[in-house]
Write a protein that binds this ligand. Sequence first.
Ligand code: C2E
Ligand code: CA
Ligand code: CA
Ligand code: CA
Length: 282
Amino acid sequence: AKEAGKNAFEIFSTEQSGDLRGRFELEGDLHYAVQRSELELHYQPLIEIGSGRVRAVEALLRWHHPRLGLISPATFIPLAEESGLIVRPIGEWVLAEACRQTVAWQRAGLPNFRVSVNVSPLQFGREDFVETVASALAFSGLEGRWLELELTETLLMRRVSESARQLARLRELGVSIAIDDFGTGHSSLAYLQQLPIDTLKIDRSFILGLDDSPQGGTRPLIQAMIAMGHALELTVVAEGVETEAQLQWLGQQGCDLTQGFLLARPQPAEKLGHFLQAGPTV
Ligand code: C2E
Ligand code: CA
Ligand code: CA
Ligand code: CA
């Protein structure tokens, strides 16, 4: 594997491998990744803009391949979805591990924060998904209110009434729901109001667009998303915040939380523990 920089994320992609056989081999290897303990979760803080407090951490999956090194989720999640492994064992493992780690942080006396877990449409679409979440909570001892699930708007909008029913069942566990990559899919405002959602995560592409022009760019779109989120009483998160200028502007607009390389990169649980012990960052 290539040697990666300290925080850099050196990636093997299937495009680079070129051939179909590489893809099949990778999918084969993925079958054993959980039992061989090759998967790991990194955690990236979601920080309250006013106070600098960590309100949540997002669990982001990493695969340490024995030969290829660190492989990006952008590469292997599609493979995990095609093969169904994203449901079992990978998705179940992610949920269980994120809950376990969060309880460990709580027991270590850190201030409470939520853990946010990405959920594939394949997981969410299953009848037994709510039971899987319930057992992850029960087994770890984590209270439901400390778990948030991240879903994409495209998924939720595809079959609204089924989504609403599934979300209501999750709500009964105390679990909260975030819409991930907001603004990139197709949300119907009417449906958005009907769904029991807590958090809206503005996609990174809009934050990048802030730099396009000093006054215009994506500013009006971001302002509209923040206003809409607040009108629906949602917590609004800006993803992919990389510069002070972006952070400052988002703060002026009343955006609630920031997530991005500027304040904290995704990092292994142990490192994050140190970061959290150090206290507020802004
Ligand atoms: P996502 O859910 O939108 O996660 C945010 C991605 O943005 C992460 O990439 C994170 O490392 C990256 N990021 C955060 N801050 C910044 C920033 O300031 N600048 C830039 N350039 N990037 C930033 P990552 O970890 O490579 O994950 C990629 C995607 O893989 C995630 O996008 C998510 O869709 C998926 N994913 C990750 N873990 C899981 C998982 O456990 N289950 C499922 N189903 N999908 C996952
Ligand atoms: Ca996410
Ligand atoms: Ca996202
Ligand atoms: Ca994304």
